[in-house]
Design a protein around this ligand. Structure first.
Ligand SMILES: O=C[C@H](O)[C@H](O)[C@H](O)COP(=O)(O)O
Length: 233
């Protein structure tokens, strides 16, 4: 695989925030990939840490990297979640789920004390919505859920893969919602969450505390969100 310098720079930089003994959330996608590789190096170099994965793919990669995975029943808290995004604005609001992992990603982000987000410069936007917003729906009567989404102007399209419906790790469908511009993300989030059949949406509005942006020359820039720290359980 050809190395993406911007994604690698951001992904590796995030791993520098990991302290020995932490429980780390492993994100999903081609940027979090570099974070997981770096964490693998830390583990093999002797750093004691444990991790939980946000997707079957990331779990597999973690195993290949010899990163210790802790069963969810034994998780006492997730110190740091490091994940990618499809879009991010300067308020650190995100669209996620381009790879279909949004549900597990949001569960882990919500349980984590801090979420760091790693992106390349192309993902930073003034306004969310150009990237179609992934919405995970249960397959039962998905056509009705689809119509409800269309009725609120979400312009849904069922995601396909090789001519078949894309199936998430949770056995659900993804409806990609072509808003083009999301003017009031909080309103959109509330609308989506109130439709029966919607399991989760890809808006992550209050999770990220730090955005790490990688550039093609290998440099990174960080944007920090100030405010009260969320606590993991
Ligand atoms: O479902 C996938 C995740 O939300 C990814 O974190 C997101 O799509 C970004 O992935 P990438 O870093 O490959 O662009």
């Amino acid at each position: 695989m050809q190395v993406n310098i911007a994604k690698k720079a951001a992904g590796e930089k995030a791993a520098a925030y990991i302290q020995p003994g932490m429980t780390v959330g492993l994100g999903t996608g081609s940027t979090a990939y570099y974070t997981i590789l770096r964490i693998g190096e830390l583990v093999r170099g002797g750093m004691a840490l444990q991790a939980v994965a946000t997707s079957a793919d990331s779990e597999q990669l973690a195993r290949e990297q010899q990163i210790p995975l802790v069963p969810f029943a034994e998780v006492q808290g997730i110190d740091l979640d490091i994940d990618g995004a499809d879009e991010a604005d300067e308020q650190l609001r995100l669209i996620k789920g381009g790879g279909g992992a949004l549900l597990r990603e949001k569960i882990i982000a919500a349980a984590a004390g801090e979420m760091l987000v790693v992106i390349d410069e192309s993902k930073l936007v003034k306004q969310l919505g150009r990237f179609p917003l992934p919405v995970e729906v249960i397959p039962f009567a998905w056509e009705l859920t689809f119509k409800q989404l269309a009725a609120i102007g979400a312009a849904p399209v069922r995601r396909e893969q090789e001519g078949q419906p894309f199936i998430t790790d949770n056995g659900n469908y993804i409806l990609d919602c072509h808003y083009r511009q999301i003017r009031d993300a909080a309103v959109v989030e509330t609308q989506l969450n109130s439709i029966p059949g919607v399991v989760e949406n890809g808006l992550f509005l209050h999770y990220a505390v730090k955005l790490i942006i990688g550039y093609a020359d290998g440099t990174v820039k960080e944007i920090i969100r100030h405010g009260p720290a969320r606590r993991s359980f």
